[in-house]
Design a protein around this ligand. Structure first.
Ligand code: GCU
Length: 427
């Protein structure tokens, strides 16, 4: 009896140590370049063709890659129909009269339910015609983007965050303008650009509830499950939401040139902008800022945040199939240079920050460089930078753009200054 108990105890101890070791392996981030495993990347394209037939080969390969990214990583977006209504809530002067502020209510509906996204748009007050525009999601609500008292405070679920005065999962007035350093509206309108944004939580709340809330609820047939491990996770839902915002902008916002909208995002929302640009070719250009693992960083490098870690911390971001690659990046049928390449032939920008090792700046650079080789074969300029920059605040702005900003994981005036140069190439 005693002996059996000891055996059982030993068994339990061994099992929990093994589980613990596996977890620990998942959670220890490598920041040592010499410990990056050897890896072979899947090619962006195999075709040896050139000229017109290469363009055709890329169109086909693009479809194939989109399908593989959908199936194994982000999850398929719904194919069934829905209704969309875009109503203007209000408009008025903002930024000391330099900008026109507009707010829209974007209502989505299916037989299963409805969902409202609030869209905030700033355009230069004095523009003589439609302007190029950045479109990106924000982390904590439109009211955090600028201190303007007319901006609607989000009613959607908000993560508790003292910095923006959100408690009991509810946003408050205290958050007004809290993220304004990330959204330099005055600088953007002064440069002749528009900027449009919506709260990501209006589309899908950023917590794991089994894919029941947000826009997931509108499409029960497309819900991720054991039977359907390839259906949209939250990042794919956010990207789909960005396309709905573009629907609204293209049809209802004449101040914006709907054919010069660059999709932009920081961090988790930079992963989202890459996927939105990949799935929706109406976005004229794609910008990912410090997007890291699951964004522009090469997964096989397993540097900083890894697939296992991201799937454990944020089990709702990707589709269930992606979990097969936890501690198993080398088996991935795709890698992130291919995601960057899915923007081609449209201009694409990958940006990193020097202290943001968690997001693997070198891995982000490599993706831009490798994607640039595809652009070159399409007859476009590649990334005009061969090596990872030795110093921060170095970059190139072109069809394929990259910069390494000095400092922390963030999006700030330095980044936007480059994005203004980048968007100005859209004609
Ligand atoms: C976490 C996460 C990253 C993500 C970031 C963010 O750090 O691990 O993958 O990019 O949050 O969205 O700010």
């Amino acid at each position: 009896m005693f002996d059996a108990r000891i055996k059982l105890l030993a068994f339990v101890l061994i099992c929990s140590t093994l589980i613990g070791l596996t977890r620990a392996q998942e959670f220890v981030a490598n920041y040592d370049e010499s410990k990056v495993p050897d890896y072979t990347l899947p090619p962006i394209i195999d075709s040896q063709d050139s000229g017109e037939s290469f363009q055709t080969a890329w169109k086909l390969r693009r479809k194939e890659l989109l399908d593989t990214f959908s199936q194994h990583m982000f999850g398929y977006q719904p194919k069934s129909s829905f209704q969309l209504k875009c109503e203007k809530l209000e408009s008025g002067p903002s930024v000391g009269g330099k900008a026109l502020r507009q707010q829209y209510r974007v209502s989505l509906g299916t037989d299963a339910g409805s969902q409202v996204i609030h869209l905030l748009v700033f355009t230069p007050a004095n523009s003589s015609g439609p302007v190029p525009c950045f479109l990106g999601l924000n982390f904590r609500g439109n009211h955090t983007v600028a201190a303007d008292p007319e901006i609607v405070v989000t009613q959607s679920w908000s993560p508790n965050d003292a910095k923006v005065g959100a408690t009991n999962n509810t946003a408050s007035e205290a958050g007004r303008g809290a993220a304004s350093s990330r959204w330099p509206v005055e600088m953007l309108v002064d440069a002749g650009c528009g900027v449009a944004t919506a709260y990501c939580g209006d589309i899908d709340p950023d917590f794991h509830d089994g894919f029941n809330n947000g826009v997931h609820a509108l499409f029960p047939d497309n819900q991720p499950s054991e039977a359907h491990p390839d259906r949209w996770g939250t990042i794919s839902a956010w990207a789909w939401g960005l396309s709905r915002l573009l629907d609204c902008i293209q049809t209802n916002v004449p101040e914006v040139d709907g054919h010069r909208v660059a999709v932009v995002g920081h961090s988790r929302l930079g992963k989202t902008s890459l996927w939105a640009g990949a799935t929706d070719e109406r976005f004229a250009a794609v910008i990912s800022n410090d997007s890291g693992c699951g964004g522009a960083a090469i997964s096989r490098r397993a540097f900083g945040e890894t697939v296992g870690r991201i799937n454990t911390s944020f089990p709702h971001w990707f589709c269930p199939n992606f979990k097969q690659y936890n501690l198993n990046e080398q088996s991935l049928p795709i890698d992130q240079h291919q995601l960057v390449a899915l923007a081609a032939p449209r201009p694409v920008y990958v940006a990193s920050a020097s202290e943001d090792q968690w997001a693997d700046p070198r891995g982000e650079f490599l993706s831009a460089k490798l994607a640039g080789q595809l652009y070159q074969r399409l007859g476009l300029p590649p990334l005009a930078m061969n090596e990872f920059p030795a110093h921060a605040n170095t970059g190139v702005v072109g069809t394929v753009s990259y910069h390494l900003r000095d400092g922390k994981h963030d999006i700030n005036a330095y980044d936007w200054t480059q994005y203004i140069k980048f968007i100005s190439q859209l004609k």
